[in-house]
Design a protein around this ligand. Structure first.
Ligand code: ZN
Ligand code: ZN
Length: 409
């Protein structure tokens, strides 16, 4: 059987028998919907009055990808500038594609569409050989990478609850179906925010443009005691910076500090002055005079803490008030996984290789060109290299979707 037809048939079965939009989908009639087909074309500016109407469309069209707008519109089917923007949910995307991990060199491949030059790991912006920007990426939904993205999501939720004051009921978490997570903040207060306001929010979460002096954590202020800066209460970024220094830096050993990029001399100074640094951090005003930890070292310590405490979100997604996002419970064409909601209390233990599996019946014989070892529904598979093998449907769909296998027979 043709491999694409096989995947499409499986998707058809899913949309016919298993798909449901879920009960929590606010104002469906005001959303724009978009669909990517298996043939490669994109349909936008669709709208639906009810969930049933959308479900019927999915059964009928069987898309490769289904998307909806974070925005609410008066007329979602109109041209972009005539839609009548009414507001938008606040959306966050954390994708392992943007977080370097040590394993991406093992499982991710890219190839230049112009000259065929290929490499491993995170793809370059331009081909190193011919400078073409047509880079095709074949990344892998790796357990370790997805776990890395999850850590960022947990940090993000902490910002949203503790610093922005959203209630847990207003925040919804999803696994994207590929290599990342989506977070929706759905509440009246965020809907009118424009792109600039959303940019302010992403800057805060990424720790961009922080002035350490304004909360007494400026290296120069700390070390010289010149300006008399009143330290703010232990809230927001000050609390986060102090926490990052305590948890990550002062509790680290030599090797770990080196991995953070500290030089041997910096490492020694930090380890020798642990106690003193802790004491200075507890001071509420003009802290910081320590022999061996001058302004530059303080700055390095604070900067590292900021980068560890910030959440690695894809800021472009959040600031786009017209953004289309993958539809809840729809299938991801690159994996055959479902985009699934994760209850807030279950995020720590969430396992996408169990919860997002859409196909639980049957076996399929495939010829696998190459695949790293992976785990699906508590079973382990691979690694494979030019191998004919019978696999459970979900594993076969994953490999075919990733372009790593062909269906035989
Ligand atoms: Zn090239
Ligand atoms: Zn990985």
């Amino acid at each position: 059987m043709d491999s694409r037809a096989f995947v499409q048939n499986m998707f058809r079965e899913y949309y016919a028998k298993d798909f449901s939009l879920g009960e929590d989908f606010p104002s469906i009639e005001k959303r724009e919907f978009g669909f990517a087909s298996f043939g490669g074309w994109m349909l936008r500016h669709k709208s639906f009055k009810t969930a049933e109407e959308l479900e019927f469309f999915l059964q009928d069209s069987v898309p490769y990808g289904a998307y909806f707008s974070c925005a609410y519109y008066e007329d979602p089917e109109a041209d972009m500038n005539k839609k009548g923007w009414l507001g938008a949910d606040l959306i966050f995307d954390v994708d392992a594609d943007h977080i370097p991990t040590s394993c991406n060199k093992i499982h991710d491949e890219w190839v230049c569409g112009s000259c065929g030059f290929a490499g491993r790991g995170i793809e370059p912006e331009k081909c190193p050989s011919c400078s073409s920007e047509k880079i095709e990426v074949n990344s892998w939904p790796c357990e370790v990478c997805i776990e890395t993205a999850k850590v960022e999501i947990i940090k993000l939720v902490d910002f949203l609850v503790d610093d922005f004051g959203f209630s847990e009921k207003e925040i919804r978490l999803f696994f994207s179906g590929h290599r990342g997570y989506h977070v929706y903040v759905q509440t009246k207060s965020v809907e009118p925010l424009d792109a600039i306001a959303r940019k302010e929010i992403t800057d805060y979460i990424c720790g961009r443009g922080l002035r350490f002096s304004s909360f007494g954590l400026d290296g120069k202020v700390l070390a010289t005691k010149k300006g008399a800066f009143k330290v703010l209460a232990d809230l927001g970024w000050r609390r986060r910076i102090v926490r990052g220094i305590k948890d990550a830096i002062l509790n680290a050993d030599e090797q770990k500090l080196a991995s953070f990029g500290f030089s041997n001399a910096d490492t020694r100074a930090i380890l020798e002055n642990k106690e003193k640094i802790l004491i200075e951090l507890e001071k509420s005003d003009k802290a910081g005079l320590i022999k061996g930890i001058g302004p530059e070292r303080w700055e390095k310590i604070v900067n590292l803490s900021v980068s560890l405490q910030s959440a690695k979100i894809d800021t472009v997604v959040t600031t786009d008030v017209h953004r289309l996002i993958r539809l809840d419970n729809s299938l991801h064409g690159k994996t055959g996984f479902k985009k699934v909601e994760i209850p807030m209390s279950a995020i720590e233990d969430f396992d996408p290789f169990k919860s997002a599996v859409a196909f639980t019946k049957g076996e399929v014989t495939v010829l696998v060109s190459s695949a790293p070892a992976f785990k699906l529904d508590d079973e382990t598979f691979g690694p494979y290299k030019n191998q004919k093998i019978e696999l459970p449907t979900a594993a076969a769909v994953l490999l075919v979707c990733k372009g790593r296998a062909e269906v035989i027979g």
